[in-house]
Design a protein around this ligand. Structure first.
Ligand SMILES: Nc1ncnc2c1ncn2[C@@H]1O[C@H](COP(=O)(O)OP(=O)(O)OP(=O)(O)O)[C@@H](O)[C@H]1O
Ligand SMILES: [Mg+2]
Ligand SMILES: [Zn+2]
Length: 351
């Protein structure tokens, strides 16, 4: 899988530019904080960065081993390799989504009192840190404030607001925010050149715009398109449900049921992905609904359609239902077709 194969393994490969600069600055200063909090949306590089940091400060061949001036992990020494494999006893990863209780944290604290076996630091990576229970957080407070000098805690979370302030204030916070489009494109270029893919450059922009600001989603989408050999802009657009010609909603608005069903049939024959199409349609319906109520966003142009409020709300319900039904249908287009048929059946209500 692209998103695992091309997980950043060096600081240089963290394409999230603001986060990359911050982590670089921290390592270059050689003042390693004893607790870090990595905050940001899904797929922005938190877990990857935590592992890179663990390798960097434990590497046997870089600045921290007093060999040269590089802060990058070498990725070839035995410490780097065993951390990469998840086999180093010096680096402990805890998923707080499934280990959130006081006992989990107590055993972590106990482990933190042990000296590192192979490297210079023991690194405790706590993913989804906001899931930790209150009791467990309280138990962690003291250790987080004054851990043994050979211990570094790296907490990662998508929900900073759910972390007690007492915890936040004991950590150096690095904000990963959302992945920016140019950064995503940089990652996609790295992946496509390593995979020797011939991709139309504009397709990378298109993928970046459809990846929910997540590097992981973008890498997955590129892989889907690569597997299906749809690496031109027009193939990509079809796949994503944004056909160059009229969009489905416009056809539904202006034309007959027959023409709408033909549109879906053509879309499906061209290899379009129904799931993406419905996501796209729901997104557009939402923009229309907001616009109808005077709420406009800068970079969103509502489709030129004439649906009334009643119609919009019905369409949203119907497409939402179609989306839910996708999981249980042997023929992908059926839920979509039913949604459209139902809409025509109830008649248009232009009030
Ligand atoms: N900054 C980045 N640069 C390049 N690729 C990235 C970056 N961040 C994430 N990715 C891609 O997304 C995948 C997942 O990244 P990672 O696990 O680090 O994200 P995360 O922020 O921990 O997400 P989650 O909140 O879902 O756990 C990586 O394997 C990589 O393919
Ligand atoms: Mg993660
Ligand atoms: Zn190394």
């Amino acid at each position: 899988m692209f998103y695992l194969t091309y997980r950043p393994r060096k600081i240089e490969e963290i394409d999230n530019s603001p986060a990359q600069k911050t982590i670089e600055g921290i390592l270059q200063s050689k003042q390693i904080p004893h607790a870090l909090l990595l905050v940001g949306q899904k797929g922005t590089g938190k877990t990857s960065t935590a592992r890179i940091l663990a390798k960097s400060i434990n590497c046997l061949e870089n600045l921290f081993a007093k060999k040269g001036s590089s802060i990058e992990p070498c990725n070839t020494c035995k410490n780097c390799l065993s951390i990469d494999k998840g086999a180093s006893s010096d680096v402990v990863e805890m998923d707080a989504a499934s280990h959130r209780g006081i006992d989990d944290v107590r055993s972590l604290i106990k482990e933190a009192s042990l000296l590192p076996m192979y490297g210079r630091y023991r690194v405790f990576i706590i993913d989804e840190a906001h899931m930790i229970t209150n009791d467990a957080f309280n138990a962690l407070l003291k250790t987080l404030e004054e851990p043994p000098s050979t211990v570094v805690f790296v907490l990662a979370t998508t929900n900073q607001e759910k972390l007690p302030l007492t915890i936040q204030s004991r950590c150096v916070i690095i904000n990963f925010r959302k992945a920016k489009k140019p950064d995503i494109v940089k990652m996609l270029k790295r992946v496509s050149s390593a995979e020797k893919l011939t991709v139309e450059p504009k397709l990378l922009d298109l993928i970046a715009s459809h990846s929910e600001d997540s590097f992981r989603d973008a890498a997955k989408l590129l892989e889907e398109l690569a597997i299906q050999k749809k690496l031109t802009v027009s193939e990509g657009k079809t796949y994503l449900g944004i056909l160059g010609k009229e969009q489905l909603l416009e056809v539904v608005d202006k034309k007959s049921l027959k023409e709408s069903l033909l549109w879906i049939d053509e879309f499906s024959k061209a290899g379009g992905n129904v799931k993406y199409l419905i996501e796209q349609i729901l997104e557009e319906l939402r923009v229309l609904l907001l616009a109808k109520n005077g709420i406009m966003k800068e970079d969103e142009e509502p489709l030129p359609v004439t649906f009334s409020m009643v119609e919009l709300s019905r369409l949203i319900k119907l497409f939402q239902e179609a989306y839910n039904n996708l999981k249980n249908t042997p023929v992908e287009t059926i839920p979509l077709e039913i949604a459209v048929v139902d809409f025509y059946n109830t008649g248009k209500i232009k009030t």
